[in-house]
Structures are given as structure tokens and as C-alpha cells.
Design a protein around this ligand. Structure first.
Ligand code: RP5
Length: 165
């Protein structure tokens, strides 16, 4: 599924369709910023060949960031990173162990193959998208301006917050 008409700059991949409830927040954020992206389900253990093919071709396909989400023994991001030098951002999905297993599987990559790991669940899904946009903004002033506007709006909401009597 390609969500924008132009070539995707960001690839959002997840180990299972059950991860979508979390990863829709990543896709929504990219959509809000008008970033072309693609969302796909692929699993490091259930469909390893698909993961390999996707990762090997990501750079030639013009992808500049890959966001990989998985839960449990969450090796998807690490496997993708093994095949590509495109930056890989990892989102740990909540699991029967509350996502601690997913987080540790992702964040504890041995030195040499980096994976940038975000918070468990919705916050991580949101921040992975915002971080990807920051990466793209390095060479795209329109995304930089949108990020500034996003921060302004976010601050405004905090300043205008009313507490109950
Ligand atoms: C992981 O196993 C997926 O990323 C998912 O978070 C978890 C459970 O997958 P399902 O059994 O719901 O397909 O590979």
C-alpha cells in the first residue's frame, strides 16, 4: 500500500497486522506532514525472504528512513538493519510482557549495526514518524517549516490548557 502518489521516502513495516493499531499513529503523522510513505506487513521469522528483499532494495528504491515495529522477540528492525545502511528506527509493540521484551530486543543491538529505538507503543510510533521527518528535513526546508509549526501548535495547546475547577 503506497499512501501518497510519489515514491515513498519512508517505509513503515510491522511484524503482524496486529501491530497496525499502534503503527497507524506513525502513518497518520507522516500523512499530516505530507510525507510519501509505504506501509507493509512482513515478519523476520514468518516471511524472512520478504524482509531480506525489502531491505536489500530499500536504498535503490529511494527510501531514506525505515520504521520497523514488532512485538515480543522483536528482531525485525535488527534484521532489516543488517541488510541496509538506510537508517532504521524501531518501535517496540506492547506485548504479554508489556513491551519490555520488544524494547530490549530492539535497543540492545550489538555494536556495528545500529537501530534507533523509540518508546513502547503509541508514543514511540508517533515519535518515530517525527524523527523520520526531522531526518528528511535536513535537505527539505518545507518539512523543516512544518516541524516548526507543529512545535508551535503543540506549545500553544499546553499554554492554553485549562484545568477543572
Ligand atoms: C510479532 O509478534 C509481531 O510484530 C507482533 O507484535 C507479535 C504478535 O503477532 P501476532 O501473533 O498477533 O500475529 O512478530
Amino acid at each position: 500500500m503506497t499512501n501518497e502518489t510519489t515514491k515513498p521516502l519512508v517505509g513503515i513495516i510491522m511484524g503482524s497486522s496486529s501491530d497496525w493499531e499502534t503503527m497507524r499513529h506513525t502513518a497518520d503523522q507522516l500523512k499530516n506532514f505530507g510525507v510519501p510513505h509505504v506501509c507493509r506487513v512482513m515478519s523476520a521469522h514468518r516471511t524472512p525472504e520478504v524482509v531480506e528483499q525489502f531491505s536489500r532494495s530499500a536504498e535503490a528504491d529511494g527510501m531514506e528512513v525505515i520504521i520497523a515495529a514488532a512485538g515480543g522477540a522483536a528482531h525485525l528492525a535488527g534484521v532489516v538493519a543488517a541488510y541496509t545502511t538506510v537508517p532504521v528506527l524501531a518501535v517496540p509493540i506492547e506485548s504479554v510482557l508489556k513491551g519490555i521484551d520488544s524494547l530490549l530486543s530492539m535497543v540492545q543491538m550489538p555494536g556495528g549495526i545500529p537501530v534507533a529505538t523509540f518508546a513502547i507503543g503509541k508514543a514511540g510510533a508517533t515519535n518515530a514518524a517525527l524523527f523520520a521527518i526531522s531526518v528528511l528535513a535536513g535537505s527539505r526546508p518545507e518539512y523543516r517549516e512544518k516541524l516548526h509549526e507543529f512545535r508551535r501548535q503543540q506549545a500553544k495547546k499546553v499554554l492554553e490548557a485549562k484545568l477543572p475547577e
